[in-house]
Design a protein around this ligand. Structure first.
Ligand SMILES: [Zn+2]
Length: 278
């Protein structure tokens, strides 16, 4: 579907003119929308060029406005953004990718919506990061292609945490900086990483195999087309990420994000783990 945008370009073709108006061509993934006044919607996107950005979709609440699937979360839009005095309006657009296959797959769509809500919460406006955009685009393609959602979810969360500066410390003690060794180590989600034996504290610490931490480090740098499941560590890594993000979600993240994080936990069954190996 398209509406009037025939040749996407990434350039400002009217800028700095009277009233500080500008019109710029952008590409972005819809994270979510909110109703705005009687007829409009406020759209939150993660754009390739400008990072997280909100803009108005005039008439977006009207049933026959023509916006249709363009305002669904996960839709990739090429659009023209009109800006004047801090107000932003999507004027023309076309859908580049709707991720239709993903929408019929419950585990896949739950994971994907968890990502968009997480990005809406963690990313800052006016902080463009093309790698975040590219990782989300690639991860959605892999998810739609049928790779096990647990594996794709682990990989995307690790890459996102790393790119946005929330990466847990996994190579040395998060408290004293000392070395952490052994086949099994202590991970404390609240402290934000692994702890050496001298710094172990009471609370929600878990034991994690060193091989799982190695898997976490490897997944951050993996190319998506090289991604394979690893039943030995994927379930344990999923648990580690749930606890780590759960601690931060409880610090006041939005109810919507909390809902999707729980949905994600409900629909994703971790690979079977042998408890005797811990
Ligand atoms: Zn320590």
């Amino acid at each position: 579907m398209r509406r009037g945008l025939h040749a996407p370009v990434s350039r400002v073709f009217q800028s700095g003119t009277k009233g500080k108006m500008s019109l710029v061509s952008l590409k972005g993934i819809v994270l979510h929308t909110k109703p705005w006044k009687e007829h409009d919607k406020l759209v939150l996107l993660y754009t390739r060029e400008r990072g997280k950005l909100s803009a108005m979709a005039r008439g977006g609440r009207k049933p026959h406005s023509g916006w249709g699937a363009a305002l669904e979360p996960l839709t990739v839009l090429d659009f023209l953004l009109f800006e004047k005095e801090g107000r932003r309006l999507i004027t023309q657009w076309q859908i580049e990718q709707s991720h239709a296959a993903l929408r019929g797959d419950l585990p896949g769509i739950a994971v994907a919506l968890y990502w968009t809500e997480l990005l809406a919460e963690l990313a800052q406006e006016n902080d463009p990061n093309q790698r975040v955009y590219q990782e989300l685009t690639d991860a959605l393609s892999v998810l739609g292609a049928g790779l096990e959602p647990v594996v794709t979810n682990n990989a995307f969360l690790l890459k996102l945490l790393s790119l946005l500066g929330f990466w847990p410390r996994l190579d040395s003690c998060v408290s004293c900086g000392g070395p952490v060794s052994g086949k099994v180590v202590i991970f404390n989600p609240k402290a934000g990483g692994v702890l050496c034996p001298q710094c172990q504290v009471f609370g929600r610490s878990i034991t994690v195999r060193a091989t799982t931490l190695a898997r976490a480090r490897a997944l951050v740098g993996f190319a998506w087309d090289e991604l394979r499941s690893d039943p030995e560590s994927d379930g344990e890594l999923q648990e580690l990420l749930r606890l780590f993000l759960g601690v931060h979600l409880e610090k006041g993240f939005s109810p919507v994000l909390t809902f999707f994080s729980r949905l994600d936990q409900t629909v994703l069954s971790p690979p079977t783990r042998d408890p005797n190996t811990r």
